[in-house]
Design a protein around this ligand. Structure first.
Ligand SMILES: *[C@@H]1O[C@H](CO)[C@@H](O)[C@H](O)[C@H]1NC(C)=O
Ligand SMILES: *[C@@H]1O[C@H](CO)[C@@H](O)[C@H](O)[C@H]1NC(C)=O
Ligand SMILES: *[C@@H]1O[C@H](CO)[C@@H](O)[C@H](O)[C@H]1NC(C)=O
Length: 253
């Protein structure tokens, strides 16, 4: 119990740092992803600037982190699918305003339930560059020691700039006693690596399934444990939302 409180407190402090003035978080210690390697990866942008990642889980819905919108109104976001080089206009891209959003009990103090669904104002076309990621079944577990991947355009180096291309890193799921029940946690064994500013909302993919949504990390980027919202706890809720899409844009999101 004391350990849970400690983690929650640390989570709270770091979550504030992430979600406050600069909710953008990036991959440290990874490698440049190949073009088309993560066709489900969305870049969530404001006025053409990336600030969070997301995952296309349905032709009309992107799963991201609620903390990405702590200081931003979702109504101002655009969702960019099929992106690779953030400095170019790419013909592979499909860009959408947000029609509606759904949260499920997000608690910014404890940084719990850090998930948010963005309904796109339209339907994505599935192409070589735009594809859906598969979600785990409700309550499916991912075992400690499992190797997973996380990719994003977040900060990768000391210059604190976003990455021009998505970067990817292989990470390992930690034992439960280094995590919280509502999270999936990862580390990179024996070297520096992990998520950083600009990777918030990016999916953690384990055995082909999006088991996590990048939420926060303890300590400096790439040095501590990374915390992801545990997607399997939200599968039934996600299904209920995607099966009842809004017909019209919702104002004042
Ligand atoms: C999807 O494909 C249709 C038919 O080719 C096209 O009219 C539409 O603009 C495409 N949508 C996007 C978002 O690219
Ligand atoms: C990372 O994981 C992928 C998928 O499991 C695997 O194919 C690849 O070899 C791994 N790469 C490294 C550098 O460990
Ligand atoms: C927008 O989403 C919320 C949350 O899922 C839902 O309750 C609401 O009915 C939706 N709005 C419309 C107009 O469909």
């Amino acid at each position: 119990m004391p350990q849970l409180r400690l983690l929650a407190l640390l989570g709270c402090l770091v979550a504030t740092a992430w979600a406050g003035s600069d909710p953008r978080a990036g991959i440290v210690g990874g490698r440049k992803a190949g073009r088309g390697a993560f066709p489900f990866l969305a870049s969530i942008q404001h006025r053409g600037r990336h600030f969070c990642g997301g995952a296309l889980i349905h032709r009309r819905f992107v799963l991201t982190a609620a903390s990405c919108f702590q200081v931003r109104n979702p109504g101002i976001a655009t969702v960019v699918l099929g992106a690779y080089d953030l400095k170019r206009r790419e013909s592979s891209r499909q860009t959408f305003p947000v029609r509606n959003i759904s949260r499920n009990g997000y608690d910014p103090q404890q940084n719990l339930n850090d998930v948010l669904l963005l309904q796109l104002d339209g339907e994505a076309n599935l192409t070589n560059s735009v594809a859906l990621v598969v979600l785990p079944a409700q309550n499916a577990m991912v075992e400690a020691g499992t190797s997973c991947q996380v990719a994003g355009w977040g900060v990768s180096g000391r210059r604190r700039r976003l990455s021009r291309f998505p970067r990817v890193i292989n990470v390992t799921v930690t034992p439960e006693d280094q995590c919280r029940p509502n999270n999936v946690c990862t580390r990179v064994p024996s070297r520096r690596g992990g998520i950083c500013q600009g990777d918030g909302g990016s999916p953690l993919v384990c055995n082909g399934l999006a088991h996590g949504v990048a939420s926060f990390s303890r300590g400096p980027c790439g040095k501590g444990t990374d915390f992801f919202a545990r997607v399997a706890l939200f599968r039934d809720w996600i299904d209920s939302v995607v099966n009842n899409p809004s017909a019209e844009p919702v104002w004042g999101l």
